[in-house]
Write a protein that binds this ligand. Structure first.
Ligand SMILES: *Cc1c(COP(=O)(O)O)cnc(C)c1O
Length: 393
């Protein structure tokens, strides 16, 4: 029998940086019978759900839900706010920033692209420099990926906001928080973000399939002047229907059931506690990587990432991942774009506890040993960090 069709006891370890593990509570919520999305009960689902969602984005403004992946949310944000020919400023932090840029170019936006080394987040000084140089204010928006999931690096959005303010430039700030929402501190209103892009399958612990745009009043206003041609993504029709607890077309009813349950879980644990748990697990993972004698892709400790840790390996990283999958039924994230085959990524986001993390790190450590890579002691280092920080939770 081949290795892939072999019966495997116990649960698969899905430790890629999204989709993340879906908790049993959410799975059960997803399994409810479908209800009439135009019926009288539907607003009882939608209206509280939108309020809870606002709490996770830490905003009082609108959050729109679309049946799509994160890529749809990128496109939706760009279409609503901008018009073909508009200039946007974007930064090459890694694979996802590059994909977002490609979407922008297909929509005929003119992207002022700042190259990067995939080892650092967005440099706030460069944001300021580029905006100050744009004396005619032709740049309409700054596109920033908060957590660049391909590199495990989190850019400092408050400093980027401060740089925009310092340059006295009216560009809107659009932030991709797909893999940072409910993992890292994120504050839409306080940080002056105009549009936040997110999706269901990362920190929100849901299957893929829901995409979000959280939208400031300024962005809603700018949307009135967009000449982009589109229909499905229009915020104005969404706004009108959402106000009554409905959607302009058939929503993903069961994913909304799941989202409602996931938001209840996050709010019960407390958003700050959820974020602190992620920070602690990320620190434990970094302690393991250090003890293995391997290197984190992230070079700036101020940009360490709560959701995923990307690890360089002096060997074929995909062969290591494949071995770990076959031997230990553990999925790790692959290297994307120019990191393909050079790194692996440990996802530590969403529905995760200490023993799941240690199991994951144990699988990595055994895989490293089987391929004679790195040193032992990573799991031990992680356990020590978790024990020392246990009283902080
Ligand atoms: C996962 C992810 C996306 C979304 O990609 P989809 O595959 O379209 O859901 C976008 N940006 C970042 C930073 C991500 O991690």
């Amino acid at each position: 029998m081949s290795a892939t069709s072999r019966y495997r006891a116990g649960r698969h370890f899905l430790q890629i940086p999204g989709p993340s593990n879906v908790p049993d509570r959410v799975l059960r919520a997803l399994a409810q019978p479908v209800i009439d999305h135009r019926g009288p009960d539907f607003p009882n689902l939608t209206l509280p759900l939108l309020d809870k969602l606002r709490k996770v984005f830490v905003t009082t403004s609108e959050v729109f839900i679309y049946p799509a992946s994160g890529t749809g949310a990128w496109e939706c944000a760009l279409l609503n706010v901008l018009s073909p020919g508009d200039r946007v400023l974007a930064f090459e932090t890694g694979h996802f920033a590059t994909l977002w840029k490609k979407v922008a170019e297909k929509l005929e936006l003119s992207v002022l692209w700042v190259p990067g080394d995939w080892r650092h987040g967005i440099d706030p000084d460069l944001v300021e420099e580029k905006l100050v140089a744009d004396k005619a204010h032709t740049i309409k928006a700054v596109l920033a990926v908060h957590t660049e999931t391909s590199t495990g690096i989190t850019s400092r959005i408050p400093q980027i906001r401060a740089a925009i303010d310092k340059s006295n430039h009216p560009a809107l700030l659009m932030v991709d928080a797909v893999s940072s929402l409910a993992c890292s501190e994120f504050r839409q209103d306080e940080w002056g973000i105009d549009v936040t892009i997110s999706a269901s399958q990362k920190g929100l612990m849901l299957p893929p399939g829901l995409a979000f745009n959280a939208v400031s009043a300024a962005a809603l206003n700018q949307a009135k002047h967009s000449s982009s041609l589109h229909a499905y993504w229009h915020w104005d029709t969404m706004l009108e229907h959402n106000a009554r607890g409905y959607f302009p077309y058939t929503p993903s009813t069961n994913l909304l059931f799941g989202l409602n349950e996931a938001l209840d879980m996050i709010l019960q644990e407390g958003l700050d506690n959820v974020i602190a748990r992620h920070a602690r697990f990320a620190a434990a993972t970094r302690a393991a990587v250090k003890a293995w004698g391997l290197h984190n892709v992230c070079l700036n400790s101020a940009e360490y990432c709560n959701s995923t840790t990307a690890v360089e390996v002096p060997d074929d990283a995909d062969a290591l991942r494949q071995l770990i999958l076959e031997r230990f039924d553990l999925s790790l994230g692959t290297g994307l774009g120019k990191f393909q085959g050079k790194i692996f990524r440990i996802g530590h986001l969403g529905d995760l506890n200490e023993l799941m993390l240690l199991g994951t790190l144990g699988g990595v450590e055994m895989g490293l040993q089987l391929r004679s890579l790195g040193q032992s002691g990573g799991v031990q280092a992680a356990m020590e960090l978790l024990a020392e920080s246990a009283d902080t939770i």
